[in-house]
Design a protein around this ligand. Sequence first.
Ligand code: F6R
Length: 630
Amino acid sequence: MCGIVGYIGTQAATEILLSGLEKLEYRGYDSAGIATILSDELNCVRAKGKLHNLRSKIEQSENPAPIGIGHTRWATHGKPEERNAHPHMDMAMRIAVVQNGIVENYRELREQLKTQGHEFVSETDTEVIPHLIAQFLKEEVALADDNSDVIFFEAVRKAVNELQGAFAIAVICADYPDELIAVRQQAPLVIGFGQGEFFCASDTPAIIAHTRAVLPLDNGEMARLTPLGVEVYNFAGLRQRKHVRMLSLSPTMVEKQGFKHFMLKEIYEQPGVVRACLDAYFSSEGDGADSLINLGLSESVYADLEQIQIVACGTSWHAALIGKYLLEQLAGVPTQVQYASEFRYAPAPLIPNTLTIGVTQSGETADTLAALSMEKERRQGLEPKYQVRLLGITNRPESSLGHMVPHIINTLAGIEIGVAATKTFTAQLMAFYALALDLAERRKILPQENLAEIIAGLRHIPKEIESTLETQEKLTEHLAHEFAETQDFIFLGRGINFPIALEGALKLKEISYIHAEGYPAGEMKHGPIALLDAKVPVVAIATPGSVYEKVISNAQEAKARDSRLIGVTPVNHGEAADVFNDMIPVTEVDELLSPLLTVVPMQLLAYHIAARRGLDVDQPRNLAKSVTVE
Ligand code: F6R
């Protein structure tokens, strides 16, 4: 939520900031703003709504300023209006601040600052920061000798020590035009190193066009960027030794490459993502003698395991539900899946030898991080069998989650820009297949030939997705034409495909704004069937296996209530052709592997309906890709 970017160097900052913000717009798009310093004057421009509004405000003026900060906002405190847009300034309009996160004690600070004569113009928590810095700056200036070059840095450091919450900040001051201060406390911030120019940003796509040399700040660290270099300190003011590393991301990965939307491009990238996961998680030669699985997890993760608990949100929670199915059915480990936002306030009783898994594509979801740190805390100091064991499944190993947990499964989907998760979901499923098989193998639950058979089945998945993608796309586009004005949708699935029904409904809700519900097909008769009539289409996932006939019967019950039935199903199997009004074909595979195929038409259907409705598919209203507030 919210994206921040900063630049100091020799080029004009404005365009660098604007193009950086474009790449961060997935983090929020309620308003945007930039502040630059030229000839010791601060110039701040802000606009409500998307970045193009800010761009059109700025384009009328030339601004060669070589330092600046920028922000794209997902509103938390205060409506999405221009006065609440960042950057925020002090009363003298010399200091500008952008923030991603929440300053939890802003009310107390605001009251205290008011008694010192400060007046506020916005409803935001952020505005206290430039005022607080201004207050400390006055004191620092009074105390400092003429040679001190850390006056501004010290004022920011002291202000930051007063803040409570989770935040990343970038600050500039017109009186110190050669300094940009970047601060990280539980919200992501990376520093970029160019030739005589330096950057900071909430995420690497914002700076990849300029540099691949980066240094992610850790919590409790702040960086002083000047035209001469970067110094990193902790909040106590002690210099930190850090190592720059090179990103593998390339600038083209964050382009649409001919697709109309990032979401469609990312749906089409799924075969490649599955291949990348197969290459990373499984040995290429299944000779049966050695382990077929290369997750690289130490025995301490698995030893004497009594249960697994998984915390996640949204689409990652749906992936976790499939994970539960796999972990229980393949590896025989009792597994619970919790919404991270609920777990924190009502944790399950402590069970010894528990593995806790956080699933988050961004690695920054505040609810998931909070649930994991609560789990860590409540197990601290207990006897060994109760001690915490944490594993993360994420697409961003460099994220806050990556810093928090000792073991990570990297989901290798590549950067996902569309706000609706697609390829990262599929990659999370691949991580769960590998984890469940690894566990099954180590616990000697699954005979080696079954294991090899499942892995062989997984190896066919990329080809199966590829061979149906085009047909599915045409069919879903056609259906989108018919259903673009529909008000309610029901998605049905059972067993391992029930979470896919939930995911289908979530995809449709979030990008097309159509009301949709996912149900386990057998539950319809216990209430929701009352919703059905000719105006409510039902999408049923019917794949061969233990529940195929049951799903077909449940679909028929819906048909008897006049619902139009869309089957996501192998077309030549069983009664499908007689039951469904429309069919989106998926290849017949082992039931256990079917979610990797059935999810694709769900994504395409939602995509085409939203595109048909003329909606902003990649940046749906009210949403942000990285949900860094609880
Ligand atoms: C839906 C979607 C969200 C996220 C959720 C968790 O398409 O993207 O529901 O899945 O906000 O995000 P992560 O996985 O980053 O923790």
